[in-house]
Structure formats: C-alpha cells, structure tokens
Write a protein that binds this ligand. Structure first.
Ligand SMILES: [Zn+2]
Ligand SMILES: [Zn+2]
Ligand SMILES: [Zn+2]
Ligand SMILES: [Zn+2]
Length: 327
C-alpha cells in the first residue's frame, strides 16, 4: 500500500513538480522511491553486483526463519513488569532477560582442626553457587523508515517485533524495480536484528557452557534450576518489595513466621491466613566441587562465563594437581 502522506523530507509526494502525464508521473514516483531505497543499502547500484530477486527472497526467508527460531528459544526467559526480579528502570531501558547460572567458582583455603591442639590442616575448597541475574539488552531496531513509509508494518501480538511474515508477503506485491532494493534493505535490517537476538541467545546459553565446564574440570554434574526460591522457612530477610510466588503480594505485607522471632516473614497476608509465602533468592546454597589438602593460602574467584577466566582456572587446577598428591 502506498503511503500518500508527506514524509519527513517532504520529497515523496510533492505535487507541485508532478508531471501531468500519467506515465511520466508513475516513473517519477518509482525513480524517487528507488533512489531512496538504494541510499539505504550498503551496496552501490551499478558498481557492486546487485543481488537478484530469487537470491533476495531466499535469503530474507532464511534469516527470518533463523531469527524466529532464536526468539522462540529466548522469549520464555524474558522478564515482564511485575516479575519479582526486574525493576521498572531496567524494563524502560530495553528487553530484560533472566537466567540462573553457576558462573563463579571460588577457590578458598579453609583451616580444619586436626585433633591436636593448635595444629590444623589447610584444605583448599572449590565452591560454586547458583546465581540469579537479569540483563537488559536495549530494544531491537525498528524497521528503517525507507521501508515503513512504503509498506506500513503490522506488529506481532507481543508488541516487540514486526510481523515480518506478513510484511514480506506485502512486499512481494511491489513493482520489481522497487522490490530489489526494498528486499536488499530488509535483508540488512534483519541481519542487524540477528546480531541483537544472537547477543541475548549467547547470554542465555552461558549457564549451559558453565555447567559443561564444571563437569569437564571437576567431574560434577550440575543441574541448572528453573527457579531459585526460598523454602518458605528460611531465615533470610527478603527485600520488602520482593513478590511472593504464592499470593503475589510484596514481602513487606507478610507476617512473621513466629510471634517470638522477627527472623523470617513468610505468612501470606489475609485474615487468619496460614499460607506460606515463597520468595525469589539471588543465590542458591554453595556447592562444594572439590577439596584437597593443599598447603598455603589461596583465595580467588573465577568468572567462568569468560573464556580467559576458564583458562586461568584450568592453569590453576593444573598447578594444584602438580603440587598436591591428595586431590
Ligand atoms: Zn510485560
Ligand atoms: Zn567450603
Ligand atoms: Zn524465605
Ligand atoms: Zn505470600
């Protein structure tokens, strides 16, 4: 559908210079539109090899399929307003995603009494703990105005992405002279979108990479929990605005577990209620991965989400194995 409105540059439908001859008018509109589209693509028409129509249709559909697949994988981990672990500020900055991961390994020396007075054995502990994190990825780029001024996009029901399948179908009705640069421009936009989605996907895949690293280097299988929740009898003082998974009311409205102690507040609000509240935790309980009798004092943290840190930990483990027989 052609947009009859004047666009921001005012050049699209300036009736003053329109020729009265219909054929001349038609080709003038097409030439202008074509020029604007070629302005928006990275190749130079007449200089670079121009992509042909079937190549463009095939490529655009392939990128669309991949982008859909990535989004399907990621969207379940998206935080919405009302999620207990995301602030309104984060949500205004972009799409936010949540993950639970074992991304940090702490190596720490612990002294254990050996039975003899004043003597102790130093043990080196390698520990990790599940950690909840939320990351904001900014918003995806909208369609370039060169495209949306020619075909008005429809949004998907999620309100985030354009309904590209519908958009592509409408696009195919354009005159071929317009269609080639139009699809070239759409292709470049979708490639940018793939980079955006890829960033989210990589961040969400990191927990699995970390678990694989742990299994490989410590021989321990790590299950990544779907959620990190307190057991509704914990002694942790949750944040007052933490939302209860049971009654959806904030922690601050919950009553103390016992009238004699103020340690935990897990009784859901409501007259005579004995429902127990469940609140999200930022960290799970520490998991001991390995301990060995190692003389000397060590204290180090390894962020195994990064390859450089994984390499540093591999070297450290090799050093410990080399200097310690009991490990
Ligand atoms: Zn929402
Ligand atoms: Zn320990
Ligand atoms: Zn609790
Ligand atoms: Zn509750």
């Amino acid at each position: 559908e052609m947009k009859g409105d004047k666009d921001s540059t005012g050049s699209f439908t300036s009736t003053k210079s329109s020729p009265s001859d219909p054929d001349a008018f038609l080709s003038q509109v097409r030439d202008r539109t074509q020029a604007r589209l070629y302005d928006a693509v990275s190749f130079l028409p007449g200089v670079d090899a121009e992509p042909d129509l079937s190549y463009l249709v095939r490529t655009v559909r392939a990128i669309l399929a991949t982008n859909d697949e990535i989004w399907e994988r990621c969207k379940g981990k998206r935080c919405h307003h009302g999620s207990p672990d995301v602030s309104l500020v984060d949500l205004k900055r972009g799409l936010c995603f949540r993950r639970i991961s074992y991304t940090k390994i702490v190596a720490m020396s612990r002294s254990t009494p050996s039975g003899w007075p004043s003597s102790s054995v130093t043990q080196l502990h390698f520990e990790t703990a599940a950690e909840r994190s939320v990351e904001s990825f900014g918003f995806p780029d909208g369609l370039p105005s060169q495209l949306s001024s020619i075909i008005v996009p429809r949004m998907n029901p999620d309100g985030i992405f354009t309904d590209y399948t519908h958009f592509l179908e409408s696009t195919l009705l354009l005159h071929k002279d317009i269609l080639i640069p139009f699809l070239a421009c759409l292709k470049e936009h979708l490639e940018i979108q793939q980079v955006y989605l890829g960033k989210i996907n990589r961040w969400l895949m990191e927990p699995e990479e970390c678990a694989a690293f742990i299994e490989e280097n410590f021989g321990k299988k790590i299950d990544i929990p779907e959620e990190l929740m307190c057991d509704s009898s914990c002694k942790e003082r949750h944040k007052d605005d933490a939302i209860c998974a049971n009654c959806k009311r904030p922690h601050g409205e919950h009553r103390p577990d016992s009238p004699y102690s103020s340690a935990g507040r897990h009784i859901c609000p409501g007259w005579g209620s004995n429902q127990r509240g469940l609140f999200p935790l930022s960290f799970g309980k520490p998991v001991l991965l390995k301990s060995c009798d190692t003389p000397g004092e060590h204290r180090d943290t390894f962020d195994i989400g990064k390859e450089s840190e994984r390499e540093r930990l591999r070297r450290f483990l090799a050093f410990i194995f080399y200097t310690t027989s009991e490990c």
